[in-house]
Design a protein. Structure first.
Length: 130
């Protein structure tokens, strides 16, 4: 198994579980255990969106990373794995670090675009088989 594939998978898994824990803690803190009023500048709203968005993508990235990681991937695939991981982290930073989610920011734009670009490239690698 390739160590870059494992490291990227571990980082994405850690991101998912830390966001889940942070969301649960914030829900308890504000007393919104089963729902919330989605306001783009509230921490709970940002955490729920960051966790949900992360959950939508990282599980499939993990499958791709681990599968390709067993096949002695070429360098471009390893760069795509690292790039996808960085983009997922950037997207979360873009959701949490800015005052509101109602306005776009560069971190979210790069994170989202990179997720699609690297994800498509890695899926193409699965199809082509190299």
């Amino acid at each position: 198994m390739n160590s870059i594939a494992l490291a990227c998978t571990a980082v994405l898994g850690l991101l998912l579980f830390v966001l889940g824990l942070a969301t649960s803690i914030e829900r308890s803190r504000v007393g919104a255990l089963s729902g919330y009023a989605p306001e783009p500048d509230r921490l709970l709203t940002k955490l729920v969106r960051a966790h949900g968005n992360t959950a939508e993508y990282v599980s499939f990235f993990a499958v791709i990373f681990l599968y390709l990681g067993t096949r002695n991937p070429p360098h471009w695939q390893l760069w795509c794995m690292a790039g996808a991981t960085v983009c997922r982290l950037l997207l979360v930073v873009g959701l949490l670090a800015w005052p509101s989610m109602s306005k776009p920011n560069l971190a979210r734009a790069i994170g989202g675009t990179g997720t699609y670009v690297f994800g498509i490239a890695l899926c193409a690698a699965l199809i082509v088989g190299r």
